[in-house]
Design a protein around this ligand. Structure first.
Ligand SMILES: Cc1cc2nc3c(=O)[nH]c(=O)nc-3n(C[C@H](O)[C@H](O)[C@H](O)COP(=O)(O)O)c2cc1C
Length: 189
């Protein structure tokens, strides 16, 4: 028998990201671990769930654009800081070297190995949260973390977020090949 622990979202660990937006004319960055992969197509989509109290939401609403950057483990301190202080009281615009792609108002972080510039496709207006559905327009990657045309996550060294322990974790070793290891259980015709 399992123990029932109430209605708890148990979908952790999740990827820790830094989301960038321009709020009241100033670049702002927020730590976001509630990111969803919505769809894979020619242009992929993603979701970010931001509590309405945050400063960042206004910038995304105003300009219909934002960035999602993936910090590496060595950026853990500054990433956590972006999740501790609000742009309402603290200027976070000078924390990083910022660059832009072709999407205005989607500031990206040079120090992050992977950055995506997004435009807002839609917003789900919940009582406490804005769920921003973003269309990924362009993805910018450090050549050092590329394996051919693919992003090598072992080189990105992302920060995995766990709500229960409130800790950042790192990737472990690969377990098996996807869409492959299960073939052993397929009935032979
Ligand atoms: C690791 C981490 C992940 C976070 N993920 C989210 C999230 O997914 N959604 C959210 O609304 N807040 C999240 N937060 C909280 C915000 O990052 C934090 O409140 C931030 O200071 C808000 O910044 P802003 O007011 O400048 O927008 C997270 C914080 C940390 C440390």
């Amino acid at each position: 028998m399992k123990e029932q622990i109430g209605a708890l979202n148990a979908l952790y660990p999740s990827l820790t990201t830094l989301v960038g937006a321009v709020v009241n004319g100033r670049e702002n960055f927020i730590a976001v671990a509630h990111v969803g992969i919505l769809k894979h197509s020619k242009n992929p989509y993603l979701t970010i769930a931001l509590a309405k109290v945050h400063h960042t939401n206004k910038g995304i609403h105003d300009h219909q654009a934002f960035s999602v950057c993936v910090p590496s483990q060595k950026m853990v301190e500054i990433t956590d800081y972006c999740g501790l202080v609000s742009g309402k009281n603290t200027d976070k615009s000078q924390l990083f070297d910022v660059f832009y792609g072709e999407t205005s108002f989607a500031p990206m972080i040079k120090q992050c190995p992977v950055c995506m510039e997004c435009t807002v496709h839609d917003v789900v207006d919940l009582k406490s949260h804005d769920i921003f559905i973003g269309e990924v327009k362009r993805t910018h990657v450090d050549p050092a973390v590329l394996d051919g045309k693919d992003i090598d996550i072992t080189k990105v060294q992302p920060l995995l977020f766990d709500m229960a322990s409130k800790k950042y974790f790192s990737l472990g070793e690969p377990v098996a090949d996807c869409w492959s290891v299960g073939k052993a259980l397929k009935k032979k015709d």
